[in-house]
Ligand binder design. Structure first.
Ligand code: OAD
Length: 415
């Protein structure tokens, strides 16, 4: 059983901040008290760029994939499901693949400013879109806790796969296999010829190729475990756009001492936020919250200018057009995606039946028609509000799984 934690009330005095406000947080930075800022991010910092998050009730990827009769929506990131049916993942990969399509948000650029000013101790991100890098955060200040699309390998023999060939496969929505080279339409199976030190074969084996993003059931990158203690060294923690539902990442905001101020920029309250005296909850659109902090710091002009120079006027206008249009556009995008997954699953059925003899896999897949999307296009997001939870309540402490990736309350068998 987890230890109970109580929410603080309005009457609880902060330990470090002068008050629980962004102005007080900005003072810590301006006075030089906060020099090692540790940031933890999730999908919510990229939604303004047009990339759906995972768990938002109507626009999130999982809500929409659920209607496709996958065993569960998370199955697209599940290794054993991938081994049987990699197609849904590759349809998603085409949407999420880093490239020219999505541009950084003002929140990403704020992180780059922190780095440029020597204040970013470390950024831990769960995102695989690489927009932090695109915004200019130096690679050595980023821990991609759930991996990235930057590299890929065979899931069987672990031999790396060429990046450019991979990009072409993803663009075509096709599933690459170990040994497939550019121009080859079919992989050619070769018997393993050599054993590597780790026991894996160095020959192309025809196994499925997967980007090095962390699936459920897989361990996080070594860098996460090597660098996670930097969260303990923080003198200020910023958490942005994450539901904090996936462990062990979700345990990071709890690693620093209690007097270290923590700021949450998110649409909703998450994790243990609201249980410590120096928690500042900025509930609303994270770009809006970041702009408020930039105002308090006197960085607003620099922030907007840097962002506009990076992404261009057109993208600035697109991202600024407001929550209403953004949600509507997202619905269209996810709808299109759902139709593609549906189509691909039909193709996969046919291919699986043809390939069953070779691969030893046969899957029956009965699916309902493609889903329509319930609309919340009129759901205007309000300007972020800073809040302290007013009443004392209690909730169980986070249960951190320190080895494999797992969801809260749903420990990963490998962990
Ligand atoms: P989630 O979709 O679980 O959570 C996104 C959070 O961001 C939610 O709390 C939203 O309310 C919030 N949000 C969305 N848009 C926002 C905005 N514009 N401003 C502020 N907040 C916003 O995404 P993650 O927490 O990143 O794992 O999910 C964690 C992991 O679960 C992912 O890395 C992925 C997934 O399974 C893997 O792929 C292995």
């Amino acid at each position: 059983m987890g230890q109970e934690q109580s929410y603080i009330t309005e009457d609880t005095p902060p330990l470090t901040l002068s008050d629980r406000s962004l102005a007080a947080v900005a003072d810590l930075i301006k006075t030089g008290y906060a020099r090692r800022i540790v940031v933890m991010t999730g999908a919510g910092i990229s939604t303004a760029a047009g990339i759906p998050d995972f768990r938002s009730p109507e626009t999130g990827l999982y809500a929409n994939l659920a209607a496709l009769n996958l065993p569960e929506p998370e199955a697209v990131f599940d290794l054993s499901f991938f081994q049987q049916n990699p197609k849904p993942f590759y349809v998603l990969a085409r949407e999420l693949y880093p490239g020219a399509r999505y541009r950084p948000t003002v929140s990403h650029v704020f992180l780059a400013l922190l780095a440029r000013k020597g204040l970013l101790h470390m950024l831990f991100t769960q995102n695989i879109d690489c927009l932090e890098r695109a915004a200019g955060v130096p690679a050595d200040r980023i821990v991609e806790a759930h991996g990235s699309f930057a590299t890929q390998r065979c899931i069987d023999c672990k031999v790396p796969f060429d990046g450019e060939v991979m990009r072409a496969f993803v663009a075509r929505g096709e599933v690459p296999r170990c040994g497939q080279q550019q121009g080859q339409q079919q992989y050619q199976y070769q018997q393993p010829q050599q054993q590597r030190d780790d026991g894996a074969s160095s020959a192309a084996c025809g196994g499925l190729v997967k980007p090095d993003i962390v699936f459920f059931g897989e361990a996080l990158p070594r860098a996460f475990f090597e660098l996670m203690d930097m969260a303990k060294e923080a003198d200020l923690i910023l958490v942005m756009g994450t539901s904090l539902q996936v462990h062990p990442f979700a345990g990071l905001p709890n690693m620093a001492d209690e007097q270290v101020p923590r700021v949450l920029f998110n649409l909703e309250e998450v994790g243990s936020f609201g249980t410590q005296a120096d928690d500042v909850l900025v509930l609303g659109d994270c770009d809006g919250g970041v702009r408020q902090l930039a105002d308090e710091l006197g960085w607003r002009e620099e922030l907007e200018k840097t962002w506009r120079e990076l992404v261009g006027d057109e993208e600035v206008e697109r991202q600024m057009q407001g929550a209403k249009k953004r949600v509507a556009a997202l619905h269209d995008e996810v709808n299109k995606l759902a139709v593609e997954v549906e189509e691909v699953l039909h193709i996969a059925d046919d291919e699986d039946q043809r390939g069953a003899e070779h691969e030893g896999i046969h899957e029956e897949n009965q699916r309902p028609p493609s889903p329509g999307l319930g609309g919340n296009a009129g759901d205007e997001r309000e300007a972020p509000t800073t809040t302290t939870r007013p009443t004392a309540e209690s909730r169980p402490e986070d249960n951190t799984n320190a080895s494999g990736i797992g969801q809260a309350g749903n420990q990963n068998p490998s962990g």
